[in-house]
Design a protein around this ligand. Structure first.
Ligand code: ZN
Length: 232
């Protein structure tokens, strides 16, 4: 009897623990960590990507695996072309674009807005979270004809069954921020909570330094970009 009670106690304790909302650290939200050293992350196997040493949260990878197999049965080949990108990686992309010769003589504000059509400021990317993936081609045109269109139609219909949603949709309905990205899919069961905690915990003063960081508040980057998503 006593041991039964003990078992019941541990079961309910476990249920309680499982239902507790995870508390994401500022480092996890800003990407200022190394996913290779994080216990909740695993490398993406070569079956799913041609890249080496790219990482996702374990739950996201498990769900992607399910989606990948189901797509394969339907003759669709999914390929992850980008997964977790940490702050340093994103800063590398950002600073490279910042120095492009076409920006000679531009105001910082205009540079930020131009780069942010498709690329995030370091510290503000959903790719920091380990919940978001880019699939197959980083080009909307690819998804509008032939094989690419078949793939996209499959994703629109089936990806939500596995928790994945296109968050950067067409801007025709008034969504703000980045242009449409038919390749970017977010695992909402985790990323919705991460966005909530990002909004609660992160202020512009938390962002480490990079070119143009002073524009974050004046351009309303958190409101218009970080929150400029569709979750239907
Ligand atoms: Zn992306």
């Amino acid at each position: 009897m006593k041991s039964l009670l003990t078992i019941l106690f541990f079961c309910s304790l476990n249920m309680l623990l499982n239902e507790t909302t995870p508390n994401y650290s500022k480092d996890e939200l800003l990407g200022t960590f190394d996913p290779a050293q994080h216990v909740d992350f695993k490398p993406v196997p070569s079956e799913f990507t041609q890249k080496t040493n790219i990482y996702l949260r374990i739950e996201v990878l498990q769900q992607f695996d399910q989606m990948f197999q189901s797509a394969k049965r339907d003759g669709i080949e999914l390929e992850i072309v980008s997964a977790t990108r940490n702050y340093n990686y994103q800063k590398g992309i950002w600073e490279r674009k910042w120095k492009r010769s076409k920006y000679m003589g531009w105001q910082n504000m205009d540079k930020v807005l131009d780069i942010m059509k498709y690329s995030s400021m370091p510290g503000t990317s959903r790719h920091h979270w380990g919940t978001d993936i880019d699939l197959n081609h980083l080009n909307n045109d690819y998804f509008e004809t032939g094989k690419g269109q078949e793939l996209y139609n499959w994703l629109v219909e089936c990806a939500p069954n596995y928790g994945f949603h296109q968050v950067y949709t067409s801007k025709e309905q008034g969504r703000t921020g980045y242009q449409e990205e038919k390749w970017h899919w977010s695992y909402l069961p985790l990323s919705e909570e991460m966005l909530t905690q990002y909004n609660e915990k992160i202020r512009s003063s938390d962002l480490p330094s990079f070119s143009g960081v002073e524009q974050v508040d004046s351009l309303n980057i958190f409101q218009r970009y970080v929150n400029g998503i569709e979750t239907n």
